[in-house]
Design a protein around this ligand. Structure first.
Ligand SMILES: [Zn+2]
Length: 246
């Protein structure tokens, strides 16, 4: 008999976990009884918590769960909170089960229009701006990032989880991410194995003119983000470059 479920009652109730989660956690701890972090550091310590590797998604897939001892779990939670960490690139992502096109580019480079003009009627479009705008009821580019970024990323990550599953029914998915750096686009290429990665090389002046024309966009922040994107941008072999909007 174990008294662990009682010891965890407060936290699990706070996080909205029920009996299903308690069962799953006991199965995980029975399968892998040692703290994974301690084991990696060469120490043998009994695990007493089951941690979500991607703490934003609360995805209960096996590969998103790991056993930790209490001190390691506390340290990891504190670290996440200290960095205000958002899961831009969740560790638990796996290749898409359906054809996927990833469209990258600076803010206001025309990614949404590019996808809108090409996506089929049954395709799934995964666009953080659309998700945040729907969640918040605010405009597509004027949503309050301080308040809605974390829930929007969580919802986006759930959609990414959906297209990994063999039950995914969409003919094709389109994912919009800015990703200026080639190593970050390489990460998406390796992790989700999209059929194409397209980069819109819309010149900064064109992006800025587009941003100016959209009164809902916070102008200063968008201009700065366009500049940052272009200073971080490098081409990557395998990307399809679209010279666009000039
Ligand atoms: Zn540990």
């Amino acid at each position: 008999m174990s008294s662990m479920p009682l010891a965890h009652r407060r936290t699990t109730t706070e996080r909205g976990y029920g009996w299903q989660w308690q069962k799953l956690r006991l199965v995980i701890l029975a399968q892998e009884p040692l703290c994974r972090f301690c084991k990696q550091a060469g120490k043998i310590v009994q695990a007493d918590e089951v941690d979500h590797i991607d703490s934003d998604s609360f995805n209960n897939e096996w590969e998103n769960l790991r056993p930790l001892c209490r001190p390691c779990h506390l340290k990891r939670t504190a670290k996440d909170q200290a960095f205000g960490k958002h899961q831009w690139r969740p560790e638990w992502l796996r290749p898409s089960a359906i054809p996927l096109v990833i469209v990258c580019g600076a803010p206001a480079s025309g990614k949404s229009s590019y996808v809108r003009e090409r996506a089929g009627p049954g395709d799934l479009v995964i666009d953080l701006d659309v998700i945040a705008s729907e969640l918040s009821g605010q405009s597509l580019h004027g949503w309050d990032r301080a308040k809605w970024l974390t829930p929007a990323i969580r919802a986006r990550n759930e959609m990414l989880g959906d297209i990994m599953r063999s039950t995914a029914q969409w003919p094709r998915a389109w994912l919009i991410v800015s990703e200026a750096r080639p190593d970050n686009r390489q990460w998406w290429a390796d992790t989700m194995q999209p059929e194409r990665i397209i980069v819109l090389e819309t010149p900064p002046a064109v992006c800025m003119a587009r941003a100016k024309a959209d009164s809902a966009r916070p102008r200063e922040i968008t201009f700065e983000a366009i500049g940052k994107w272009w200073s971080a941008y490098e081409r990557r072999e395998g990307d399809e470059v679209v010279r666009h909007g000039a």
